[in-house]
Design a protein around this ligand. Structure first.
Ligand code: AHG
Ligand code: MN
Ligand code: MN
Length: 340
């Protein structure tokens, strides 16, 4: 495994890349390959909507009707519905779960249930959409645990260690899809002129020397002593030497993506009023933790790897520290030394 991301010059579409990855798994049946295709298509559709979000048919309150008599919906509901409608009838999934829906989403009775489980955050960073700041989509794919019939909540509550694939789309200055199936992390950039995701970042490895730290410093007063001291360390005030630059835009996917490519640490810690933090384990922390580890990084809740946490409920929250392994381990050290 090389120690740095290679920027590729050959033209490889995501379809060809996924197919080539499938060919290295003789037992593969192509179902996961097709599921990843469908998620790439969902990303293209959502991207086309986010780049037009300023137009009347998207902004405005969900439930209104626009001048064409179409239902106006917030982008996160539209993204949620896009992913659902692309996946409900394919026979690849046993069950789905979305940040936007309280309970697991059953595959309609008229369709066959399949062997995978899809958990997703259809639009991450949605508070930013009206200000034209980058947003994203996050997905996590597991094998079902139940043997037949419709999938259950149990199928959705698996440790991140069991992930079969994970990825995200980031809708920013360009649209990118980044995913892993456990064989490295690969990034694709959408060429809108041909509607294809082209391989642009092969085998992403988080740079050894971090540049950034990402946290909402506005909450500093609510943090524990350990987190405050960790932050001072990152600012070069407690032995780190050179300070890191603060970059935080309030979209987890965008903040994570920048640190994955440039090196750094993102954290959303517990606070006095939010003892579990804000971010959700199943469809935000765990899939990004799988990607981080595959890229040579690490993700923790401040005490243990995110991937080792057994979810008890679908929308369970967790504190999250993710990025360069040594910085996340340092955070665990400060929590252990000052907060236990
Ligand atoms: P979502 O839009 O899916 O609810 O996620 C928003 C999350 C995450 O994207 C971001 O890191 C965090 O909210 C920002 O929270 P604060 O505004 O409290 O910093
Ligand atoms: Mn989110
Ligand atoms: Mn969301």
């Amino acid at each position: 495994m090389t120690t740095q991301t290679t920027f590729t010059s050959t033209i490889t579409t995501i379809e060809r890349h996924i197919l080539e990855e499938q060919q290295s798994h003789p037992e593969a049946t192509g179902v996961l390959t097709n599921l990843l295709y469908d998620l790439a298509l969902a990303g293209k559709i959502i991207a086309s909507k986010t780049t037009r979000a300023g137009l009347a048919e998207i902004l405005g309150e969900a439930g209104d009707t626009n001048i064409q008599g179409e239902e106006v919906m917030k982008l996160d509901r539209l993204a949620d519905r896009t992913i659902f409608r692309l996946n409900d009838h394919t026979g690849r999934l046993a069950v789905m779960a979305s940040e936007e829906r309280a309970a697991p989403i059953n595959i309609p009775d008229r369709y066959r249930a399949g062997k995978y489980v899809l958990l997703y955050d259809p639009l991450d960073g949605s508070s930013n959409i009206d200000y034209n700041v980058s947003v994203g989509t996050i997905f996590a794919i597991y094998q079902r645990k139940t043997s037949e019939g419709r999938g259950t909540l149990d199928d959705c509550l698996q440790k991140g260690r069991e992930l079969v694939a994970a990825g995200y789309l980031t809708y920013g200055s360009s649209t990118m899809l980044v995913y892993t199936t456990g064989a490295g992390v690969h990034g694709f950039t959408l060429d809108p002129s041909v509607g294809e995701f082209l391989l642009s970042h092969h085998n992403i490895q988080i740079p050894k020397n971090p540049k950034y730290y990402s946290v909402n410093q506005g909450y500093e007063e609510n943090w524990s002593e350990g987190i405050q001291r960790f932050t001072h360390y990152l600012q070069g005030r407690e032995g780190l030497g050179t300070a890191l630059s603060l970059r935080y835009i309030g979209s987890l996917v965008a903040d994570f993506h920048r640190n994955l490519l440039a090196g750094g640490v993102f954290y959303y810690p517990a606070e006095k009023e939010k003892p579990e933090g804000k971010l959700r384990l199943a469809y935000e922390a765990a899939p990004l933790a799988f990607i981080a580890e595959q890229a040579g990084g690490y993700a923790s809740d401040g005490a243990q790897s995110i991937l080792d946490i057994q979810p008890e409920s679908l929308h369970q929250r967790t504190p999250l520290f993710i990025g360069n392994r040594d910085l996340v381990k340092k955070a665990e050290g400060f929590v252990r030394d000052y907060d236990q």
